[in-house]
Write a protein that binds this ligand. Structure first.
Ligand code: SF4
Length: 248
């Protein structure tokens, strides 16, 4: 097991330098009904179901360094060309290069909604970060929980169980600083009782969080292969006892 904060520091040295950040792709995407997307390189977790595993596990081998101005320009260019009103940084973990991320946000015209997709680890580590985010009124943060509790988090990410507390704390801090946000959770590995317990826990942070966004595993061949190799069982889109997720 590893400390995700330490891995974030180490990875940052590989994917961030002097205000620049590594990216491996810029593209329009169909998610959220259409969104201009920049895929960054580098993450502080090692999720067993990661669809970008090749990039996450070998950040030195992927991507090029970009200045914030170049990232904003490419995101805006794609949005204009495809008539999209939303933008995001996705792929790996956007918060590793915090200063770079803020610089990009400063350059995005606020007529666009910017969706920050994050595992929340670094936002939960330091209350200054969600405070930084509170000035962006066109920002929405999606915190993706890796499992429903410490044990699941650790099994799924390879990180210390306390990392889950940082994910939860990220949501608490974001609410405290009035940043628009919502939780998502990978539930394909979670028994119904654990999902219920997470609903209760999230409801205590914000009433609207009870109905969190449920993520289901996408079984790309390389993901299925890793799960088999690691001997990790998962549920498919339906609960084993056939209870629809929304009824748990
Ligand atoms: S947090 Fe996201 S990018 Fe990072 S390892 Fe997990 S799934 Fe992959």
């Amino acid at each position: 097991m590893f400390d995700p904060i330490k891995l974030a520091e180490l990875t940052k040295k590989e994917v961030c330098k002097a205000g620049l950040r590594k990216y491996y792709r810029f593209r329009p995407s169909r998610f959220y009904g259409g969104i201009s997307t920049a895929d960054c390189v580098g993450c502080c977790l090692r999720c067993v179901f990661c669809w970008a595993w090749k990039v996450v596990s070998r950040p030195l081998d992927h991507g090029e360094f970009y200045r914030p101005e170049e990232v904003a320009k490419r995101l805006t260019g794609i949005a204009e060309k495809k008539r999209l009103s939303q933008m995001r940084i996705s792929g790996n973990e956007p918060t590793l290069g915090w200063e770079h991320l803020l610089d990009v946000l400063d350059l995005i015209n606020d007529r666009y909604l910017f969706i920050l997709e994050t595992n929340g680890i670094l936002i939960g580590e330091n209350d200054d970060r969600p405070r930084d985010l509170s000035k962006y009124k066109n920002l929405h943060v999606r915190v993706s929980l890796k499992g429903t509790c410490r044990e699941e988090f650790s099994r799924l990410t390879g990180a210390l169980p306390e990392g889950f507390d940082l994910q939860i704390r990220a949501l608490e801090y974001l609410i405290r600083h009035r940043v628009n946000c919502h939780p998502a959770c990978m539930t394909s590995f979670s028994p119904p009782d654990n999902i219920k317990a997470l609903r209760r826990r999230l409801k205590n942070i914000h009433a609207g969080f009870e109905d969190f966004e449920a993520e289901e595993i996408i079984l790309y061949p390389h993901v299925e292969e890793r799960l088999k190799k690691l001997n990790i069982a998962y549920y498919t889109a339906h609960r084993p006892d056939n209870i629809p997720l929304e009824q748990i």
